[in-house]
Write a protein that binds this ligand. Sequence first.
Ligand code: SAM
Length: 261
Amino acid sequence: SDHKLVYPTTPDDMDWSTLYPGFVADAEMSTETSAEGKGQGKGGGDEENGDEGAETATATATKPSHKKLIKDVEVADIGCGFGGLLVALAPSMPDTLLLGMEIRSQVTEFVQDRIRALRAQDAEGKLYQNIACLRANTMKFLPNFFRKGQLSKVFICFPDPHFKHRKHKARIVSTTLNAEYAYVLRPGGIVYTITDVEDLHDWMVQHLDAHPSFERVSEEEQEADPCVTIMRTETEEGKKVERNKGQKFVALFRRLENPAW
Ligand code: SAM
């Protein structure tokens, strides 16, 4: 059904090779044995999430030997929507793997088709190999996909449009989820946030500021970051806000090395 989510039991069980075929290692296939049914990560069956209603989650059957990539995903776009940010970032960091995560299956399929078409247009087969999109509920399964400290950047662009009507627990930035962002980000890694809803901006700043693992990035550094320019102009939601002459509120947070707990 539409609400069926498939997720890996642990990051090592994830077969990334189908998402990034251009980055598959030539080496022989791994001979690791299956960890199926063991070490269950965060699973389904807990509280319902937001608008998507009840969902069931299934751990993917662990493949005994999937092809390894030559590098790991380093950048995640949380709730990537139609993929504008991924497509715009791809050429600016060609050697970095970026992953869009989106809960709506049709939107996910749209982005996957979009990436397939972009790849096919490149005769040399090099462009857009570094971006991919998968269907996931980022509020539940982030540590199933990424190891501790794996990511250098997490983008949260125009989340929670119905912010005011959402319960605290159902928000993309919250005390609980910030602990997960801190877990998957490496020290020095950055959480990028942007929204047109000022109350949501204040909420995100308040909650990330309060977390001992994060410090806010200075405005000077923020404005010098090319990813910020791309984030402001290239997401579909950002373009909509532009057309409606709305405001955009940006805040960046750095994952600290040694949080003072
Ligand atoms: N980031 C995109 C942009 O700026 O154009 C899309 C913004 S849209 C307002 C928010 C997106 O987050 C929607 O596509 C929605 O389906 C997705 N989303 C909401 N909750 C999610 C969750 N728990 N996990 C993954 N995606 C989610």
